[in-house]
Design a protein around this ligand. Structure first.
Ligand code: NAP
Length: 252
């Protein structure tokens, strides 16, 4: 597999590192400003040596890249977030040119598996009202959004399975108790944590906790490269979860 990396920032560089470690050929690096990129724009020439493009750019750039890559007959993995309002337009382009696309706001395979484990655990805990669920996320102090998208998704998964919880409650709960049907999703920002997500179920006698701990951006890059290999030659639009479902033998 030969890849073109579109966007050579923090994630683009992590993808390049991961590709080198796996002897995956990098046919092109496209970035308008990075001095070590090989092309500034997505052109026929830039993508001529690549089978799949991997895009980690910016919300305003993703749709144009998706369209340009599809028009050149190449498949694409889109890690860029914040462009999902244009998903229909992206879908139309991919369909028109008969190419393939995988997108996900979180390409960590471990996080995808964690989502499934949390869903299964939450279904089980639905029958045990003595256990009260909660979500805690910890990230480095540079992170500007709280809660993060992954914590929010975890909360939605718990609410979707535990009938006694109906609403997410984010910090802060000023001067009042949490309502019984609220699920508390707490965010901690300190130090250098790449991301720790905990889903807990607290009972009177004991506590059960499920924890996912990210060590670096390498997990996102590895997942994006796995998706690149998976989508190569497929037609249509997929999420990372479609890939994980298939790898898990069709488990929903
Ligand atoms: N799905 C996941 O698992 C995952 C994980 C981490 C991050 N992300 C997302 O991935 C995106 C990139 O994150 P990052 O941390 O790598 O950001 P970053 O360090 O800012 O890198 C983005 C790079 O893309 C370049 N770029 C912008 N427009 C471009 C275009 N049209 N064509 C080619 N390159 C372009 C930027 O150049 P300039 O600096 O010149 O604009 C910059 O070098 C963000 O949307 C982030 O939320 C997703």
């Amino acid at each position: 597999m030969r890849i073109a990396i579109i966007g050579y920032g923090k994630m683009g560089r992590a993808v390049a590192e991961a590709a080198k470690a796996r002897s995956i050929e990098i046919a092109a690096i496209v970035d308008p400003a990075a001095p070590d990129a090989t092309y500034k724009y997505v052109t026929r020439e830039a993508l001529s040596g690549a089978d799949v493009a991997v895009d980690f750019t910016a919300p305003g750039a993703a749709l144009a890249n998706i369209k340009a890559v599809a028009a050149l007959g190449k498949d694409i993995v889109v890690g860029t977030t914040g462009w999902y309002g244009s998903l229909d337009e992206a879908r139309a382009s991919v369909k028109q040119y008969g190419t393939g696309m995988v997108y996900s706001p979180n390409f960590s395979i471990g996080v995808s598996l964690f989502f499934r484990i949390v869903r299964d655990a939450s279904r089980l805990m639905n029958s045990f009202p003595g256990y009260d669920p909660y979500v805690i996320e910890m990230h480095h102090r540079q992170k500007t959004d709280a809660p993060g998208g992954t914590a929010r998704r975890l909360g939605e998964i718990v609410i979707g399975a535990v009938a006694r919880k109906k609403r997410l409650a984010f910090d802060r709960i000023d001067g009042r108790k949490i309502d019984p049907d609220e699920l508390h999703v707490a965010s901690v920002r300190a130090g250098y944590y790449p991301g720790i997500h905990t889903v807990g179920f607290d009972g009177e006698a004991d506590t059960i906790e499920l924890v996912h701990t990210a060590r670096s951006r390498a997990g996102f890059a590895d997942g994006a490269l796995a998706a690149a290999a998976w989508v190569s030659g497929r037609k249509g639009v997929y999420t990372l979860d479609d890939m994980i479902s298939e790898m898990a033998g069709g488990d929903q």
